[in-house]
Design a protein around this ligand. Structure first.
Ligand code: SF4
Length: 364
């Protein structure tokens, strides 16, 4: 492998990693530019195995997307509808939302993952009641809910601080934050693709506050649209800097841009090679975030399976009824059973480990 790394001009980066030195912005960009994808993947796999050996994590969860009515107009979004009553718009009643969990009440679920659009007319009590009702149905289930973009929107809409919103949601049952809404932190990209939602600094500040209040969270990156390699690495470095401060991120989750039914439909979807490389570079740059997750709904199942040799150690979960990616043309199933995930991991020569949201292992 040494010769191959030398031919790819990656020897100095390999040596830095061996010495436990941090990679720089320039190193990260070189990893994106290096033609030898396998060499980059080999380095990422070495880092993955240092941390987790062969273990590959997944969880038994469901998705809940309670409304898609949204005042924002992100160019990559196929999920949102501007107003109630627009074709394809929906807002669940609280009973309908609670029913999603009631229907699976007897399954060994450990997590409900809730993400919504930015609805201008719902009262704040909709969200606190939503959480409290879910906790009444299954007090043991972890509620990972509301992106930082939603938290910022609620704070502005209801005239509260970001911290107040987080505290009120925690009192109602919120256990942790998902990593969505991060997109790309760079201002140039954000101005173009999602100008009317919270900026990168506020996204990071909300996660900083959430970590201070005792919650854990994740961080995503939407890739494969107009961002440059520099902007990808810059995004990773901003997440790494916050992680140095708080230690509150559990996983980094690259999210592939899907071009169907949105305003960026002229762009191609990212290739499998790009997807593998993004996950690999993330493993190498993000030396302080424990897990790199392939969200199989977005990458495709086959690529997610191969990514387990390119730095990835987590496959998200069973998901159930995902809408955001499927409205953007994802051809993956909307759910996998835990048996299917285990078989997928086994077939890749890795060791499947069921976890809860906080990475406690669930006995098989
Ligand atoms: S990505 Fe989120 S905030 Fe942006 S338009 Fe879609 S639902 Fe709204």
């Amino acid at each position: 492998m040494r010769q191959r790394l030398a031919a790819a001009r990656l020897t100095d980066i390999a040596e830095k990693l061996e010495a436990g030195e941090r990679l720089t912005l320039e190193d990260g960009v070189r990893l994106f530019d290096a033609p030898d994808l396998y060499a980059v993947g080999w380095l990422a796999n070495r880092e993955r195995e240092k941390r987790h050996g062969s273990r590959t994590f997944y969880n038994h969860n469901i998705r809940l997307e309670a409304t898609n009515v949204c005042v924002a107009s992100c160019l990559f979004c196929s999920f949102a509808r501007l107003k109630e009553g627009d074709p394809g718009s929906y807002t669940m009643s609280l009973e309908q939302a609670w029913d999603k969990l009631r229907q699976r009440q007897h399954e060994p679920l450990t997590e409900v993952h809730i993400v919504n659009s930015l609805h201008p007319d719902l009262p704040f009590s909709y969200y606190t009641d939503l959480l409290a009702g879910l906790k009444r149905i299954r007090p043991d289930v972890h509620l990972k809910a509301f992106t930082a973009v939603e938290i910022a929107f609620y704070a502005d809409l209801y005239g509260r601080t970001d911290e107040d919103v987080l505290r009120a949601l925690m009192a109602a049952g919120l256990d942790s934050l998902p990593g969505g809404g991060a997109e790309i932190f760079a201002e140039r990209v954000r101005r173009k693709i999602c100008h009317d939602k919270c900026d990168g600094d506020r996204w990071l500040a909300i996660h900083r506050t959430a970590h201070r209040l005792g919650m854990r969270s994740n961080v995503t990156m939407l890739y494969g649209h107009i961002e440059t390699p520099e902007e990808r690495v810059d995004h990773m470095l901003r997440a790494r800097a916050l992680q140095d401060e708080t230690g509150g991120f559990q996983a980094f989750i690259p999210l592939a841009f899907h071009p169907d039914n949105n305003q960026m439909r002229k762009l191609p979807a990212p290739t499998a090679a790009d997807t593998l490389r993004v996950h690999a570079v993330a493993r190498l740059v993000l030396d302080n975030i424990p897990h790199i997750k392939a969200f199989w709904i977005a990458t495709g199942i086959d690529v997610a399976q191969v990514s387990l040799w390119f730095g990835v150690d987590d496959l998200d979960g069973t998901v159930q009824e995902e809408k955001i990616y499927h409205m953007a043309g994802a051809r993956t199933p909307e759910a996998m059973t835990t048996a299917q995930i285990r078989a997928l991991v086994d077939a890749a020569g890795r060791q499947p480990c069921e976890r809860d949201t906080l990475y406690n292992l669930i006995p098989a």
